[in-house]
Design a protein around this ligand. Structure first.
Ligand code: ATP
Length: 248
């Protein structure tokens, strides 16, 4: 059989009262692949990430590495190797880069954790360093976010999701605010991360980044997948152009 995807969904649906935010979504992401999820504002992209990672209630199946996880908590899904970033992925300005990652993995309450961080105790040996190396931020581990470029800050956000052996990462507008040059560098970094075998689902409004870096794309409109395929195929798809690219 073909290699099984790292992450797949089947019939995924989310309703907020009368609003159908996601409907009947089937997607698959393999290890090493960067898959884009695009669509107009309100199409349901963030809702999809919320549903897959367990932060909102959904119908349908979520399969991670061959295991059904749709009934499990966000915490368990994270321990199973799937993590996400948040649209407003602010960093702790007073913590170092390494400490910003450490807060993502300490298996204790946030207060105890922050105390720990401020008093210099460290998370399990190597996991923070490993994630920083993966995104090329090893050299700035002891700096504070304000001392980094915006591109580096965005990568800290990604590294925070990668900490602890994450194999599937869902990135919700991780490049927001980057200029063209920074965004291109950010994309190259995503390719390096994927090359290590990590599966990436990428949501972004920066079409040049998405078209440039993704192996495949899914297009959402009104909560449904209206098209999928290579960046080339998507750009030529009349339904996509009508719903989205034409007005972008
Ligand atoms: P954007 O690109 O603007 O971030 P999106 O594609 O991520 O949009 P979602 O944020 O997932 O879209 O929203 C999908 C739909 O669900 C929208 O109609 C939105 O108003 C609605 N929605 C999202 N979150 C909630 C909520 N907590 N309660 C009610 N409706 C919600």
């Amino acid at each position: 059989t073909a290699t099984q995807p790292l992450l797949s969904t089947k019939g995924l649906g989310v309703r907020y009262g009368g609003v159908t935010a996601n409907a009947d979504i089937d997607i698959a992401v393999s290890g090493g692949e960067i898959v884009g999820l695009i669509g107009p504002n309100g199409a349901g992209k963030t809702t999809f990430v919320d549903a897959v990672t367990g932060f909102v209630k959904a119908e349908g199946e979520v399969v991670l590495d061959g295991h059904r996880v749709e009934k499990t908590s966000p915490h368990r899904r994270r321990n199973a190797g799937m993590a996400r970033t948040w649209q407003a992925g602010e960093l702790f300005a007073d913590l170092t880069v390494a400490q910003n990652l450490a807060v993502a993995v300490q298996p204790i309450g946030l207060r105890a954790l922050l105390l720990d961080v401020f008093t210099g105790s460290r998370p399990p040996a190597g996991v923070v360093e490993e994630a920083l190396d993966l995104v090329g931020l090893g050299p700035v581990a002891d700096r504070r976010p304000g001392e980094l470029t915006l591109g580096q800050q965005k990568l800290v956000g990604v590294a925070r999701a990668l900490v602890g052996g994450t194999r599937m990462v869902l990135l919700d507008e991780p490049a927001a605010g980057l200029d063209t040059h920074e965004s291109r560098e950010f994309g190259q970094e995503l390719r390096r991360i994927a090359a290590t075998g990590v599966g990436i689902l990428l949501i972004d409004h920066d079409m040049s980044l998405v078209l440039d870096v993704c192996d495949r794309l899914y297009v959402l409109d009104f909560g449904r997948v209206i098209a999928s395929g290579s960046p080339h195929e998507i750009q030529e798809d009349p339904a996509v152009v009508a719903a989205y690219l034409g007005s972008a």
